[in-house]
Design a protein around this ligand. Structure first.
Ligand SMILES: Cc1cc2nc3c(=O)[nH]c(=O)nc-3n(C[C@H](O)[C@H](O)[C@H](O)COP(=O)(O)O)c2cc1C
Ligand code: SF4
Length: 496
């Protein structure tokens, strides 16, 4: 298979990201930051901002890809209290781009929030940040304080008569709080459980008021769209997926990290050209194109354009834009089990198909890898997934069912092989000689004590042997939690 690719990043959101002082307001302003907010608050018609956002076709970068401008236009006009919630919960395995955006350029996000709030007639905004993002929370706190001091937040912003209060709220570490309505409950101080929809948040959201909820990357795009116009924005990407995307690439690649590319570039170019492809002598076996909730694709998918529409046509999704690569050393049944365990652990338990379905799926996949299942059990696993999909209150249940289904359907012979191999090993008492199993059990489950960041010493040693930097929670690290990697190949993200 050819690995020849040539591609460069198209950096809009990460343009000045290599400047370590970018998080300071003076440096941000020296690159033209806050000029768009000044213009918008001084003399732009609110309708024209909404119009520009709608025309740009900017789609939500948090998972569903819903047009951002449309969401703003759904907010009712009038004097009632309206809210903006920035979703910075980013807890899906494979996703770590919001972390970098907040860590490197917090003012870009604050400016996006201020302009979006102006457009929506919103007076109170919140950034709901994942609790484990402690450092990024501190950076945001400092940036928000600077923005208040400089008059970009608070009362009578820049003498415009508009007020905006912005609060950084730290979550308590539950993946489900990234679901927009669970996020609202958590913000209100309740247990973070999804709400029934409708009513949608734009009509009845936080404290019962109309609420705009958008992802960090979506809001970070807003100053650029408003500064340069919809036509400029649409000159990047494809017709249905305009703009750039910060893609988090992890798993079995040489240079894991965040790469900002125009939507619609070839997926192969991102994985091989930017992230370096798999290690010498290895081939890609499968990849999740949009985080651990997206149905895995086989190598044929490498030639697809990386866009919302192409991924949907291929039966998968772009999601939050996180590519997780599994090479030929990865056991797909174990990867399915690791994925299912994550969703089972994170299910809030409110609805039966998800609560029971994730539990049953984990139990059945455990039987598969122990060699206690039969090929007929694979049909039962598939049928359990069918009964989850479309039958849950929120998308968490489907988020497990979609990738697990895809893995069982596309890699059935490997599941059958694992069942037979594990059964034979248990009969003969011979250990599994693939060395794969322990990687998927995570630190502590395979008899090893977890090391730094919960990664087992064996995995850390493997990373060292492979010549890769080891996850150490380093000062400038921009990776997601390495222990979440569903391939079991936890790796630190390279700076680039
Ligand atoms: C279980 C679950 C977890 C989610 N986690 C996140 C998250 O961490 N960040 C995020 O922006 N969206 C997340 N979403 C999607 C949000 O519900 C919502 O669609 C998104 O925040 C809207 O912003 P956008 O339109 O800018 O993408 C999650 C959805 C589900 C079902
Ligand atoms: S799908 Fe799962 S996480 Fe979502 S409401 Fe139902 S039980 Fe909770």
């Amino acid at each position: 298979m050819s690995t020849e690719t040539s591609i460069t990043e198209t950096r809009i959101l990460l343009r000045h990201a290599s400047d370590p002082n970018l998080r300071k307001i003076d440096t941000y302003k020296s690159y033209g930051g806050y000029a768009t907010q000044e213009k918008a608050y001084a003399d732009m018609e609110l309708d024209s901002i909404v119009h520009e956002l709608e025309e740009s076709g900017l789609r939500g970068r948090g998972g569903a890809g819903f047009p951002m401008g449309k969401k703003v236009s759904f907010l009712p006009h009038g004097d009632q209290n309206k809210y903006l919630c920035c979703n910075a919960d980013e807890s899906e395995p494979g996703a770590f781009k919001d972390r970098e955006l907040m860590q490197r350029n917090p003012h870009q996000l604050i400016e996006g929030i201020a302009i979006s709030s102006l457009a929506g007639g919103i007076g109170h905004a919140f950034i709901f940040i994942r609790g484990e993002y402690d450092k990024q929370g501190d950076i945001l706190d400092e940036a928000v304080a600077e923005a208040y001091a400089a008059g970009y937040l608070g009362k009578n912003i820049l003498g415009s008569g508009h007020d905006l209060e912005l609060v950084v709220h730290r979550g308590a570490g539950a993946y489900i709080c990234g679901e927009e309505t669970a996020l609202l409950d958590a913000l209100e101080g309740k247990r973070g459980n999804p709400r029934l929809k409708p009513p949608f948040p734009a009509v009845q959201g936080l404290y019962g008021g109309p609420t705009l909820i958008n992802n960090v990357e979506t809001l970070s795009n807003v100053p650029h769209v408003v500064a340069n116009g919809a036509e400029w924005f649409k000159s990047f990407g494809t017709e249905q997926s305009p703009g750039t995307k910060v893609v988090s690439v992890s798993g079995c690649v040489r240079r894991p990290g965040n790469y900002e590319v125009e939507l619609g570039v070839k997926t192969r170019d991102i994985i091989y050209g930017l992230a370096g492809g798999p290690l010498e002598g290895h081939e890609i076996k499968a990849f999740y194109p949009g985080g651990s909730s997206s149905p895995v694709l086989t190598p044929e998918g490498l030639d697809l354009p990386y866009s919302f529409e192409a991924m949907a046509e291929a039966g998968s999704m772009l999601g939050s834009g996180s590519i997780i690569v599994a090479d030929d050393t990865v056991s797909i049944p174990h990867m399915a089990l690791r994925t299912a365990r994550f969703y089972h652990h994170e299910s809030c338990g409110k609805c039966t198909p998800c609560r029971e379905g994730t539990n049953w799926t984990v139990k059945m996949l455990e039987r598969v890898v122990r060699g206690e299942a039969t090929p007929m059990d694979l049909d039962i696993i598939s049928s359990v997934q069918k009964n989850i999909m479309g039958h849950c209150l929120c998308v968490l249940g489907d988020s497990m069912a979609m990738p697990v289904s895809a893995m069982v359907n596309k890699f059935r012979p490997e599941f059958e092989e694992v069942i037979a191999g594990a059964a034979l090993a248990s009969l003969t008492g011979m250990p599994d000689d693939t060395g794969r199993e322990s990687q998927f059990e995570g630190g502590g489950h395979d008899g090893e004590e977890p090391g730094d960041g919960g990664i087992s010493p064996k995995v850390i040693e493997r990373q060292r042997l492979a010549g890769r930097p080891v996850a150490d929670g380093g000062e400038e690290s921009t990776s997601g939690r390495a222990t979440q990697d569903p391939t079991g190949r936890a790796r630190e993200v390279s700076e680039h």
